[in-house]
Design a protein around this ligand. Structure first.
Ligand code: AR6
Length: 180
């Protein structure tokens, strides 16, 4: 599914966040120490090679809601934007912290002249955020930020499973009708 809103394309696809070859920056569902870990972070660090962990070491630790940028190393992307999502039920207020991740990632993208960014579903794996709640926040935050974007032209949400993609698409359709 793809929509163009105020000249900016927002799309969602099923796939692997570590295999988004046509995108300038990928967002990482990071841990505070910016170490490899599992899930998205594991996949990105594996594909990037050890240089990514090395570059990240002096940038850590980061706080929930924060984002930092690094190079992409052996990834097909120029940059990785590392976001620390809230742990559901622990880091509060979780809605605000999750929205901050998307806002801060887009801010870093703008500051670095990045025209395309891909996001995984931050916090919805090991950090336990219910998928639909997290998707509503991700989408509403991105839609709110769109009018202020000058460099970013493509925002892609990448989901591992078809089930997640379908759930996200349903929410996307609902939010678009709310926006028009
Ligand atoms: N591509 C796209 N989506 C993926 C991929 C992938 N390769 N792998 C997992 N997902 P998670 P979090 C989905 O756990 O909840 C790590 O160990 C997954 O199905 O990666 O923010 C870090 O080191 C889920 O919907 O991120 C941290 O400690 C979503 O991506 C912690 O987990 C996010 O899952 C971060 O937890």
């Amino acid at each position: 599914m793809r929509e163009t809103i105020s000249g900016i394309t927002v799309e969602c696809v099923q796939g692997d966040i570590a295999a988004q070859g046509d995108i300038a920056a990928v967002a990482n569902a990071a841990n505070a120490q910016l170490k490899p870990g599992g899930g998205v972070a594991g996949a990105l660090h594996r594909a990037a090679g050890p240089g990514l962990e090395e570059e990240c070491r002096p940038l850590a630790p980061i706080k929930p809601g924060e984002a930092v940028i690094s190079g992409g190393h052996n990834l097909p992307n120029e940059y990785v934007i590392h976001c620390l999502g809230p742990v559901y039920g622990r880091d509060k207020p979780e809605e605000e912290l999750l929205a901050d991740c998307y806002r801060n990632a887009l801010k870093l993208a703008e500051e670095n002249g990045i025209d395309s960014i891909a996001f995984p579903a931050l916090s919805t794996g090991a950090f336990g955020y219910p998928f639909e709640e997290a998707s509503r926040i991700a989408l509403s935050t991105v839609l709110e930020e769109i009018p202020g974007l000058e460099k970013v032209r493509l925002i892609r949400f990448v989901f591992f499973s078809e089930k997640d993609l379908n759930a996200f698409q349903k929410i996307f359709t609902e939010q678009l009708s709310g926006h028009s």
